[in-house]
Design a protein around this ligand. Sequence first.
Ligand code: GTQ
Length: 353
Amino acid sequence: MNTSPIHEKPATTPERLDFYRRLDEKDLAPLWETLATLVTPQPRTACVPAHWQYDRLRGLLMEAGELITAHEAERRVLVLENPGIRGRSQITNSLYAGLQLILPGEIAASHRHAACALRFIIEGNGAYTAVDGERVSMHPGDFIITPSWTFHDHGNTGDEPVVWLDGLDVPIVNLFDTSFAEKYADEVQPVVRAEDDATALYGTNMLPFGYEVRGHNSPLFAYRYEPSRAALAHLAQRGAPHPVHAFKLQYANPATGGYPMPTIGAYLQLLPAGFDGASYRSTDATVFAVAEGSGYSVIDGRRFDWTHRDAFVVPSWVSVSHHAPQGEAVLFSFSDRPAQQALGLWREQGRAA
Ligand code: GTQ
């Protein structure tokens, strides 16, 4: 791959500088001054690799629980901000991530927005999220989606704090200046479908009779951990791990076979005990959450030792390898791969067969 710049910035002369000043007054700029940094030979992200240790931030999350109610906060979330782009509420250039806490007895009021969301449950039982009148219970390891423009509220009817990782495509929505959001008239939307209706269909390869595919979003809101984990265990018993990804599955929209959301893809992978992954990079910056076990990843040459419930991020086109020396580990991850692929932009390198 040729990584040299397509252009060298030309020398500046007094005449040129004077010309640039006159251009500036007319809202014009000379391309040859910025071309080299504007059209780069490979991705040059301001985002950096980063790791959030759950043990070190859980106390702060619980402190937030004492300082502010879910009602006052609307959503009680600590945003995972990429250290390279602080202040923008982004974990990558295209994605938002945060840890949301809901305490026993609390509700997070119903609203909807153009951004779509995913939840990966980190700890606790007894909470639910309601999507378009369908209540879905949340359990550690579950992957739950909130499609674009669907009313959603969360509640905790159990007796322990519940924490999940939120992933939203807010930066993509804002890139296009397509953000809309509104509150529901009441705090909580009426429950129109029992949770059992959805869970009864889960894993059957069947959809409600007459279901028509509209848009890209999955009609299935909750992907339970146990069957996904069992599928990974089955794969691991049957074959050899992929040198980079070990045993990896992607969550699918059962109506289309495609991604669960138009902008965000999500994955679950099992690293067998002793796995020593090969180095790889792709253009979709990826957010990881540790679903089980511990291990480490080498990102851009730096080693990050992670354990259960931690989160870490791999920026675009930065090399990463995963390792599980202490025993098997399971990683959940999500990225904007569907959006990049839809636009014909996605690339990867180092994917050994
Ligand atoms: O649960 O609706 O982390 O609207 C950020 C914005 C969660 C949510 C976030 C949101 C939500």
